[in-house]
Design a protein around this ligand. Structure first.
Ligand SMILES: [Zn+2]
Length: 314
């Protein structure tokens, strides 16, 4: 199956899954439904009266603690970032996501399961050009020793650094350029991670009630609790890139830029998006501007190539 990079896409057919919500600990259902060009990505609460629908847009981010939560009028859906990264990384521009509760399933704590679902059904090309958001001039967002730097680039590149005072994590850095097929291989399988010492505190706050070693990498005082070990030696920093990627998808466009992120997180990612979108000149909307660097990869198989993304701003 071929698809062209400069066109919008939806999924070929409806797909269904269910799994545990990380924070609620409850089983939640999720259905992806094909949508028309320009629809973007929207999430619908199927457990509430009138099925309220929330566009996946950074303007609607209401909470960034431990996960990215979107919502309005008191209706929320949380932990959307791993699903968003899978959609973004596989080239799904338009889809309706029906969710049976206040958060999407966590599965194994990565984007792998969502990616497999999308790959299973495949993509359908729509008769509309894709939209891009290009970083236009250098910008730095800082919060203490954490920062996001961005500069113009004709593709999506990121160098991400983390530094945790734990012997199994420490300083990690990973540089990644999104290109033909490499979201699935390099990033999608990296799981979310946490520290045992924080578990009780978070559970007392009503969070991570569904957390377990089957949906997160968990560190003890000096060791890793998961008996199967890491999926990548630098799995933690790769997961941070997954989160960053999923949060950027909330622009509704395919972002082109060269990013350097240190000690980022959902809050800093969100702050960065608000900054570049609210100040003129930092980012420019380029409808259907297919960067030359991507043209060579404009006809790749869906299974082999998780390029692209976009959603129209709503
Ligand atoms: Zn995450």
């Amino acid at each position: 199956m071929k698809y062209s990079f400069h066109k919008q896409h939806t999924i070929a057919q409806e797909v269904y899954c269910s799994g545990i919500g990380l924070h609620s600990g409850r089983v939640v259902s999720l259905r992806l439904k094909p949508a028309a060009a320009g629809y973007g990505i929207r999430l619908r609460r199927m457990d509430l009266l009138d099925f309220p629908t929330i566009p996946a847009n950074f303007h609607l981010v209401v909470n960034t603690f431990q996960a990215t939560t979107i919502g309005f009028d008191g209706v929320e859906i949380s932990t959307v970032e791993h699903l968003m990264a899978a959609l973004y990384g596989s080239g799904v521009d338009n889809v309706l996501v029906e969710v049976g509760g206040p958060e999407v399933p966590i599965f194994d704590g990565s984007s792998a399961h969502y990616l497999r679902l999308i790959e299973k059904t495949g993509l359908r090309e729509l008769d509309a050009p894709r939209n891009f958001l290009a970083i236009q001039k250098p910008i730095v967002i800082q919060d203490g020793d954490a920062y996001i730097k961005a500069k113009p680039c004709d593709r999506f590149k990121v160098r991400y650094q983390i530094d945790y005072p734990h012997p199994m994590v420490g300083k990690q850095e990973f540089s990644w350029t999104h290109e033909n097929g490499n979201f699935g291989t390099d990033i999608a399988r990296a799981r979310t991670f946490g520290f045992l010492k924080d578990v009780q505190k978070l559970q007392d706050m009503g969070l991570i009630r569904g957390g377990s070693l089957s949906n997160a990498v968990v560190f003890g005082e000096n060791d890793l609790l998961n008996v199967d070990g890491f999926r990548y030696v630098d799995e933690c920093v790769r997961h941070k890139i997954l989160d960053f990627f999923g949060d950027l998808a909330l622009t509704g466009m395919y972002v082109l830029g060269d990013f350097e992120v240190r000690k980022g997180g959902h809050a800093l990612h969100s702050k960065f998006l608000h900054r570049i979108m609210s100040r003129p000149g930092y980012a420019v909307f380029r409808p259907a501007a297919v960067p030359a660097a991507y043209l060579a990869a404009s006809a790749v198989s869906v299974l082999a190539g998780h390029l692209a993304h976009p959603m129209k701003p709503i």
